[in-house]
Design a protein around this ligand. Structure first.
Ligand SMILES: [Zn+2]
Length: 536
């Protein structure tokens, strides 16, 4: 019974963990795509896709699910267990991902053929996604599902995205039972529409995410008064509020807020303001939200449903389906709200809206999510005076604002609370899904608060769950980055290596200290003094 760490170790995307049970049978927990600029190279899967019998999928985000169609293309034909909502969101998100892959391959093929080179195959196709969707087996929250001999699972609401889960694996081998819990992405409390994270009762081992393991969110503010103020100011200038938004999750939260503003008549001077949802993926995702099981919704959303209403639909919400409908929005002169993707303005219909609205001081661009370094969204947010959009130089005259306090991820306090809510604490905790700073900081906090052994393993490390010991430890493999100069690469490698040597030494010290239980008090005191002196 072994756990092999594959992806999202010391980084935040590409989640993937291999679990071996019953000597030689394999399952994967998540099979995500690496997104953005990861610092480390994950090891390849040590078994072929055809040897994997099951995938347990925590949620639909592409960094957890995005490689499933490739796994299927390469021979996986087992079953994928997830909640029905995760399955339904995957159907649209993986189809969207496949069409991006197909379009990208088509563009690169055109270029290659002109240069006398080979055509480019897409990573996977719409057909691979269709095959993948046939392998899903939906599971409700809270029910123990017998998957196979010696393997049962239970999905618990993780409160991060509609249908998101922590997964409890109940493993049985040689008459020994082990409960291994994967936190999945743990949600923030008091998000609209969905539930707060539910506690998991007990575990022998826990793998916990650490996206915000070193951070505390700003004190939650009520987003609705802030949105009312933005609408009021912009509409008084006869302007439009442009909202770049992630299509799944955040876009639906925004619809929930705008419905609240209308229902509570918080903008009495313009009660009929129009909101345009201009993203085919967001529109499809809204459909999944509208049809979801009421178990996935929080009390407020449920009571709206009981009253025969819909928590994310209201008079004045318009869907721009086709590209022509999207373009036609530019001709509407009345003040309005446009929600479009992508969330970081790196493509999609939002680029057209920015091109047509950024230059006009009457308008507002309202950011409602994280803007990564180097993205157009970040450049605008950081105060650029002009930006290049779709090949055109555009002045940034519109007001730029940020809606604070909306996050789909628990912060450090939330992650510690999630662990603390377990009645029986695990024997060991593994930390993943966070960059170096966040994963190490969360690990240190867990060790300090709960006195548990904690590891932040590197990709390729393997732990025996029955024996409770490492089979193999692994070293970081630093990713070669195309654009870095040789000198920059060397500097980064040496900086990273020094840092990792320090962390490894500290972890070895912690293991040494743990082994001192039962040693003479005099020796324990001496080591304590030496460590304290070191930290002065
Ligand atoms: Zn996620």
């Amino acid at each position: 019974m072994k756990l092999t760490f594959i992806g999202a170790n010391h980084q935040v995307t590409g989640s993937q963990t291999l679990l071996e049970w019953n000597s030689g049978r394999f399952l994967l927990v998540d099979n995500g795509m690496i997104q953005g600029d990861n610092d480390y190279e994950p090891v390849p899967l040590p078994v072929s896709p055809g040897q994997i019998e099951y995938v347990l999928l925590t949620h639909a985000h592409i960094d957890h699910s995005g490689m499933l169609p490739l796994l299927v293309k390469e021979g996986f034909h087992g079953r994928i267990y997830a909640t029905a909502e995760t399955m339904n969101l995957c159907a649209i998100m993986l189809a969207d991902s496949a069409s991006i892959q197909e379009k990208d391959a088509e563009d690169r093929t055109k270029k290659n053929l002109r240069a006398g080179k080979e055509p480019v195959e897409p990573l996977y196709t719409t057909e691979d996604v269709e095959k993948t969707m046939r392998l899903f087996r939906p599971c409700p929250y809270g029910l123990v599902v017998d998957v196979d001999e010696g393997l049962s699972v239970r999905f618990v609401d993780a409160g991060h995205l509609l249908g998101s889960s922590s997964v409890e694996c109940f493993l049985n081998e040689d008459e020994k039972q082990v409960t291994m819990v994967f936190s999945g992405d743990v949600g923030n409390t008091n998000q609209p529409i969905i539930n707060n994270p539910h506690p998991v009762k007990s575990a022998d081992y826990v793998m916990i995410e650490s996206t915000y393991g070193a951070r505390l969110h700003d004190r939650a503010m009520d987003p609705i008064p802030f949105l009312v103020q933005i609408l009021r100011k912009t509409f008084a200038r006869n302007g439009t509020v442009i909202i770049p938004s992630f299509a799944v999750g955040r876009a639906q939260e925004m619809l929930y807020f705008f419905r609240e503003i209308k229902m509570r008549n918080l903008l009495p001077e313009r009660p009929d303001f129009q909101v345009y949802l201009d993203s085919p993926l967001a529109t499809q995702a809204t459909g999944v939200f509208l049809q979801c099981d009421s178990d996935c919704l929080d009390d407020d959303a449920r009571s709206i449903m009981r009253a025969g209403e819909n928590p994310i639909w209201f008079d004045g919400l318009n869907i721009a389906g086709t590209a022509d409908e999207s373009k036609a929005l530019n001709a509407i002169r009345e003040p309005k709200v446009i929600i479009a993707s992508s969330g970081m303005c790196e493509g999609g219909r939002i680029c057209h809206h920015l091109k047509h609205n950024l230059w006009d001081a009457a308008n507002t661009v309202l950011f409602v999510g994280y803007q990564a370094n180097g993205t157009l969204g970040r450049i605008i947010f950081d105060g650029a005076e002009t930006v290049k959009i779709l090949g055109e130089e555009i002045q940034v005259k519109a007001e730029v604002a940020l809606l604070n306090g909306v996050s789909g991820h628990a912060d450090q306090a939330g992650l510690l609370r999630w662990l603390d809510s377990m009645e029986q604490k695990p024997a060991r905790v593994f930390v993943n899904h966070g960059d170096d700073e966040n994963s190490q900081m969360l690990a240190a906090k867990i060790a300090e608060q709960f006195g548990l052994p904690v590891d932040v393993p590197w990709s390729g490390a393997c732990f025996d769950l029955l024996r409770g010991e490492w089979v193999r430890l692994a070293e970081p493999v630093i990713k070669e980055k195309k654009k870095s100069s040789g000198q920059e690469k060397k500097r980064r490698q040496s900086k990273n290596q020094d840092y990792h040597l320090l962390i490894d030494a500290c972890q070895a010290l912690l293991r040494y200290a743990e082994n001192m239980a039962g040693c003479a008090n005099r020796d324990i005191r001496r080591l304590t003094q030496q460590v304290k002196a070191l930290m002065k």
